[in-house]
Design a protein around this ligand. Sequence first.
Ligand SMILES: [Mg+2]
Length: 123
Amino acid sequence: MSEIEALAERIRAFAVVRDWEQFHTPKNLALALAGEVGELAAELQWRTDAQITEAAATRAPELDRVSDEMADVLIYLVRLADVLDVDLIEAANAKIDRNEQRYPEHLARGSNEKYDRLRDTQE
Ligand SMILES: [Mg+2]
């Protein structure tokens, strides 16, 4: 069993013993996930990239709050994938495969253009 499968199983068991499966509908989980992404963003907003990088480099205590919110995001994402029977690792690898096609190195290197504009800007 992979670590992500073990995590999904642990989260599922956490929900089952609390009779929370009834609340873990795909829509509710997606909204909870979005809420946690918002909490993560709130921990970072108004800080400069340099401040965030410095906090990470020095393992500043405020980073614990960021880490907690990242954990919440992962937990809801893994739970949503479990409920929808989506293999997250497989889905992510398939997406990266597509992105490798969309963003060929020779066109995308050093560019922040979206894939559908890459060729336009190179011609
Ligand atoms: Mg949270």
